[in-house]
Design a binder for this molecule. Structure first.
Ligand code: 5CA
Length: 437
């Protein structure tokens, strides 16, 4: 892609409510545009990042055996009346009437709908366990949407649902998701802490929020620093190891507000190990047994002949929120650096362009074509502006590899920024060398 062709509405004018870095930066770099309070359009740059995050979330869900499907955004109110949540959900639910006067709603979550789908086809323990997920827009009429896409009204969520015969097996499903979440966040280069949490309007008795540390976060974090010593590589994907993993994490103090007790915290953790800060909730998992399967009559035949309500859990990741969360975690000193796995482009070519001398641009074009032929997603900054303005722009855009052509370099030399020893660097070096020779 040529920068001159990219739809990238950079802006310096920020609305007064853009208080945190990620919100400001996403607006400045034209990743998103607000269309109504708490409702955003995703412009090409932002959309690309979100899609890459979505793909990582998807791959890690598939790895643990969850199956992807897609449920609609609009749901019938009937199933919510069956579960009893239609009234309980209150003002946060966007309620709609269709032309026949039927009550509909824009889904804030999908426990009811997935249970309805499940009960109509699965009748026997022989079909269990199952894990299903979708990645779909949700709507919650948040009383105070803020921080851009971090707390908005329409947002993109991965929500998964597990179905098991009994509590023990359901907890194994829970553990698999626990494992999957930690691996997902690791691939996004985020250190997420699983914190014991309340279940709120979803319900249930076992729940963890996955929180990344950030001063601008809305969640309070109370944790023991030693939790970061746990290494994911030490756990295998089998039931015993997964159970051990959750227990090991739970053995360190890490709780959200509702579970926090000051005396306990101060007694249990040495002063120097206390983490007392803010964080961003990027995922939330719940085990709630038969909270939905019972009222919705989602029963299966038990091996001993009885009919039992399936035991369920639900598991959410804020895919759109993660875009902002990554920015909050990675932005330092006016310089952004996307994790390589989700960067909008893999590498940017920055030629110093001079009207009387097109040599740098020609050289850049040559490299551009070769990178393209190697399937590297490259951006070529072909805009005619001075090099320091270019550098400023790319510090904000945050593409992790830059090749600078003609600024400090003399003759055939090229300058790299951000050198790493990995596959893409080797390919880049190879291409650069063939061009030089
Ligand atoms: N049904 C359950 C799990 S599937 C559920 O809805 N959980 S949740 O309410 O905790 O939401 C899951 C994740 O969605 C959160 O961890 C958060 O990352 C994201 N999220 C929730 N509300 C918003 C919002 N208003 N704006 C952006 N992301 C949100």
């Amino acid at each position: 892609m040529f920068l001159s062709k990219l739809f990238l509405p950079l802006t310096k004018d920020l609305p007064a409510d853009a208080k945190i870095k990620s919100h400001q930066l996403m607006l400045r770099t034209g990743m998103i545009k607000q269309s109504a309070a708490g409702i955003y359009s995703w412009l090409p740059l932002g959309f690309k990042v979100m899609k890459k995050i979505e793909q990582i979330v998807r791959e890690e869900q598939n790895k643990i055996g969850a199956q992807e499907m897609l449920m609609p955004t609009i749901q019938s109110a009937d199933i919510w009346k069956e579960s009893g949540r239609y009234n309980d959900y209150g003002e946060e639910m966007l309620r709609i009437k269709d032309r026949q006067g039927r009550e509909m709603l824009y889904g804030p979550t999908n426990e009811e709908l997935i249970t309805e789908i499940f009960r109509s086809s699965i009748k026997s323990y022989k079909s269990l366990p199952q894990m299903l997920y979708h990645i779909q827009w949700k709507f919650r009429d948040e009383i105070r949407p803020r921080f851009g896409i971090m707390r908005c009204r329409e947002f993109y969520m991965k929500d998964a649902y597990s179905f098991d015969l009994d509590e023990d097996q359901a907890k194994q499903s829970y553990n698999k998701m626990f494992y999957s979440y930690l691996h997902t966040f690791k691939r996004l280069e985020l250190e997420a802490i699983p914190m014991a949490a309340d279940t709120g309007p979803i319900g249930g008795d076992l729940s963890h929020e996955f929180i990344i540390l950030a001063e601008t976060g809305e969640s309070n974090v109370y944790a023991d620093k030693n939790i970061f010593k746990i290494k994911l590589e030490d756990y295998k994907f089998d039931n015993n190891s997964l159970e051990k993993m959750r227990n090991d994490f739970s053995s360190y103090y890490a709780v959200t507000d509702e579970k926090f007790k000051k005396e306990e915290f101060e007694k249990k953790i040495k002063k120097e190990n206390q983490i007392l800060t803010k964080g961003i909730e990027v995922g939330h998992i719940f085990y709630f047994g038969d909270k939905y399967s019972k009222p919705l009559n989602c029963l299966v035949d038990h091996p001993d002949g009885k009919k039992v309500a399936v035991k369920m859990g639900s598991y959410g990741i804020g895919v759109s929120r993660l875009v902002g969360a990554i920015i909050e975690a990675k932005f330092t000193n006016e310089i952004m650096k996307w994790p390589k796995s989700v960067s909008p482009f893999e590498v940017v070519l920055i030629p110093s362009i001079n009207k009387n001398n097109t040599e740098n641009l020609e050289k850049a074009l040559k490299i551009y074509r070769q990178l393209k032929s190697e399937n590297i997603d490259v951006l070529l900054d072909d805009v005619d502006e001075n090099i320091s303005a270019k550098f400023k722009k790319h510090d904000l855009l945050g593409i992790p590899y830059q090749i600078i052509i003609g600024s400090k370099s003399e003759g055939d030399n090229l300058e790299f920024k951000e050198i790493g020893h990995n596959a893409i660097m080797q390919t880049l070096n190879k291409i650069i060398n063939t061009i030089k020779n």
